[in-house]
Design a protein around this ligand. Structure first.
Ligand code: Q0Z
Length: 343
């Protein structure tokens, strides 16, 4: 059935000068509207924005800008990704709907994709397999959490770069090398490197990670382990970046963390997410300038527009900016995995 909206106009209302209004066919449209309502209700019910976690019976093991880690027992940790977002080094006052689930699901996807290349710390991500004591938090945890094997973490960040950006671009411009690696002359900002490079860093006690030469890493954790971590990191990056590139996402660089478990050298923490990596939309890639961020560009543009001085307290985001950003995370998940996140 289809109805002409003119016939619904109240008596005496002026008619559109542009001719007949759009016709809508009631059956189909009504179904769509109903589905949208259900979907909006679902996304509110299933995934309200989580900014803080609180599990009173668990001991907090570590807390980052975005994720909280709890100690379950001597062997296992519970990772929970909140919907917090950071920009210009600060956590903003507004959360991003679905972000914690997207980041968790992206890490899970890569753990599976990379499982033949390197063991990882994942034990479980389905809340039904979690300890009984956590079942009462199922709604908070499902989709955004993982139980992982506690590892003896190596005190280095294993960074791989396929493109030159950020701190590496600054160092290259000033010196011609990055972390002791001589690079070709004449590179432009964001250029693809002839081959991916391993540029380790240390967790600085204050502020930013500090890039270190491979020799310095060897001094910290030993030369043999350093060579193994470099080889694994480069292999993992290359396999994942090639895959992502085919899906329209450039993974310009990424940071891995490894530790030792019963399985040997184990890929830990989050893996190849937009929070641990630079994701660039491939269709907008243009070397010679800084690239737009796949996920955070709306946030950065907004914060620049309001001329936030980048000092605390960090501002919140308008609903529109939070919503557009949420859609970018969901899109990244969809592009990489080919799956729909239920939203
Ligand atoms: C990683 C971190 C985060 C803050 C601890 N498998 C593991 N075993 C032992 N420790 C860790 C892991 Cl992944 C571990 N971090 C980094 C993560 C918030 C700090 F979500 N801290």
């Amino acid at each position: 059935m289809s109805i002409d909206l003119h016939s619904l106009a109240a008596d005496g209302e002026p008619e559109s000068p542009d001719g007949p209004l759009t016709k809508i066919s009631l059956g189909q449209e009504y179904a769509t509207i109903a589905a949208c309502r259900i979907s909006i209700m679902n996304s509110q019910l299933l995934d309200s924005v989580l900014l803080q976690t609180d599990f009173p019976e668990l001991k907090l093991h570590a807390s980052g800008k975005v994720r909280d880690v709890y100690l379950l027992d001597q062997e296992r940790l519970l990772f929970v990704a909140t919907d917090r977002i950071s920009a210009f080094d600060y956590v903003l006052a507004t959360g991003i709907p679905h972000k914690g689930r997207v980041l968790t699901q992206i890490s899970l996807f890569w753990f599976e994709f990379l499982r033949d290349l390197v063991p990882n710390h994942l034990i479980a991500a389905d809340v039904r397999q979690y300890p009984a004591a956590l079942q009462k938090y199922a709604d908070q945890l499902q989709g955004r959490s993982m139980i992982v094997a506690r590892a003896e973490m190596f005190p280095v960040e294993c960074v791989v770069r396929g493109y030159i950006s950020g701190s590496a671009w600054k160092e290259y411009k000033a010196t011609g090398h990055v972390c002791g690696i001589e690079l070709p002359k004449g590179l432009r900002e964001s250029d693809r490197l002839p081959e991916p490079i391993f540029t380790p860093s240390t967790k600085a006690t204050t502020g930013h990670d500090e890039n270190i030469p491979f020799t310095e890493m060897a001094g910290l954790v030993g030369p043999e382990l350093s060579r193994q971590l470099r080889e694994i990191s480069l292999a993992v990056y290359s396999k994942a970046a090639e895959f992502a590139r085919q899906k329209g996402i450039i993974i310009a660089d990424t940071k891995f963390e490894f530790g030792r478990t019963a399985q040997g050298i184990t890929l830990a923490d989050e893996v190849l997410t937009p929070d641990s990596s630079r994701f660039w939309p491939a269709d907008k890639y243009e070397p010679g300038r800084a690239q737009d961020s796949f996920d955070k560009q709306y946030v950065r543009d907004y914060l620049e527009a309001i001329r936030w001085n980048k000092q605390p307290p960090a501002p919140g985001l308008p609903a529109e900016v939070a919503s557009q950003t949420s859609q970018k995370y969901v899109e990244a998940y969809h592009l990489l995995t080919g799956r729909d996140l239920d939203v």
